[in-house]
Design a protein around this ligand. Structure first.
Ligand code: GLU
Length: 421
């Protein structure tokens, strides 16, 4: 019980700052730059009313944090979750700064969140909440200022409502204010699959480096949302055996493997992966430790901790989620010879295609899916190569290597801009 409480108390912001401090130390960053980059530039907290279906009024709390804008406008998703905290949003915003820098796209880091379990709201209530939250954020967001996107429990419909609300306020249609929109509103081909597709490109690069034959691998995926379900399908299409998947209600395991597309159809009907015929029920914790070759955490933060890191069997861990591994767990995984593709690299395909979407919206010129994926592949391969190069040269783990690449780029931009006034 006590361990359980300690594990649950992992604070994502402490983790993010620890990861940054380690990189800053390696890079011998000046103390002034360290002080600047260690804190977010802006934090907005809003409490806003929403009319519920029964006629009552509920007040919700939401946040938008802009961590750093040295390299461009703030970019990052908005999540709806009952456990959202300001510290979590700060961490996620900081991770977005490094993520955009590691793949070399011209954005700073931002993130938003609302404390709500959207599964308990009707569609109309979620729309009301989204439109009012967008209104509260209108002092920050804009195509040149801060560009939200989907994250946990938000999707292209959420982005359509934000885009429409913002456009109503300014009096003209402004597609570039959000990314991850439906295609008819200026969304990009390939954006929905981009986080998973980018993760799969990095897995292929890592497998090549490690001499692993991808089609022979057994894969476990924690989280069956946009990133996890599509990653499972893409890995299955490459010939892998998907042996375990899970969602917030629990997980399923089958040593011989199963078809993730059928699991998705099952989940649509039963609102859970659990119960899928022919599989054994496992917990989310068991999934992480199951017998597999590639583990894809694609759910929430702080899942791999001191408590379970030593029992992970996968050789390759591909972080499709943001912040799934704590710094102490990183040390254990490194000691045990596990190869971790860190979140800021592994899941950067999402924000990379968001950047493509933003460029297409601003230019009013749209690309086909082959073009999008070819460009994404180039960006991911280049980022993976720079990170691996840093990892081998500096003899550090892949996370620290990705941080060294990213933090140096942000530090260079911040220092050449100088301190105003
Ligand atoms: N929410 C995604 C992430 O964590 C995408 C962000 C974006 O596209 O701006 O990377």
């Amino acid at each position: 019980m006590a361990t359980e409480q300690i594990v649950q108390a992992v604070n994502a912001w402490d983790v993010a700052q620890q990861q940054f401090d380690l990189a800053a130390e390696h890079l011998h960053l000046s103390s002034g730059l360290r002080k600047v980059l260690r804190e977010p530039k802006r934090e907005l907290t809003v409490h806003f009313p929403v009319k519920m279906d029964d006629g009552s009024v509920e007040v919700f709390t939401g946040y938008r944090v802009q961590h750093n804008l040295s390299r461009g406008p703030a970019k990052g998703g908005i999540r709806y979750h009952q456990n959202v905290t300001l510290d979590e949003v700060k961490a996620l915003a900081m991770w977005m700064t490094w993520k955009c820098a590691v793949v070399g796209i011209p954005f700073g880091g931002g993130k938003g969140g609302v404390i709500v379990d959207p599964k308990k709201l009707s569609l109309r209530e979620v729309e009301g909440l989204t439109r009012r939250f967008a209104t509260e954020l209108s002092i920050l967001i804009g195509p040149d200022k801060d560009i939200p996107a989907p994250d946990v429990n938000t999707n292209s419909q959420t982005m359509a409502w934000i885009m429409d609300t913002y456009s109503m306020h300014v009096g003209y249609t402004a597609p570039a204010v959000v990314t991850g929109k439906p295609i008819p509103l200026g969304g990009s081909e390939g954006r929905n699959e981009a986080t998973a597709q980018g993760a799969v490109y990095t897995i292929q690069s890592a497998a090549q480096h490690l001499g692993i034959d991808v089609p022979k691998c057994r894969v476990a995926v924690q989280g069956f949302g946009n990133a996890g379900a599509i990653a499972a399908q893409l890995m299955h299409a490459l010939g892998c055996k998907i042996v375990a998947v899970s969602d917030s209600t629990g997980g399923i395991y089958k040593a011989e493997g199963f078809d993730p597309s059928s699991v998705l159809a099952w989940k649509k009907e039963h609102y859970s992966v659990v119960g899928f015929p022919g599989t054994r029920e496992i917990s989310n914790a068991e999934l992480l430790e199951c017998d597999c070759d590639i583990l894809i955490p694609a759910a929430l933060e702080s899942q791999i901790t001191v408590r379970n890191a030593g029992r992970i069997q996968a050789r390759l861990i591909a972080e499709a989620a943001n912040g799934p591994t704590t710094p102490e767990a990183d040390d254990i995984l490194y000691r045990d010879g596990k190869f971790v593709i860190p979140d800021i690299l592994c899941n950067a395909g999402g924000v990379t295609v968001s950047y493509f979407e933003w460029v297409q919206d601003l230019e009013r010129d749209f690309w086909d899916v082959e073009q999008v994926n070819a460009k994404l592949h180039r960006v991911m391969n280049k980022a993976f190569a720079s990170t691996l190069d840093m990892c081998l040269k500096q003899q550090v783990n892949m996370r620290t290597a990705a941080y060294l690449v990213a933090v140096q780029r942000v530090a260079d931009a911040a220092s050449v801009r100088g301190i105003y006034p």
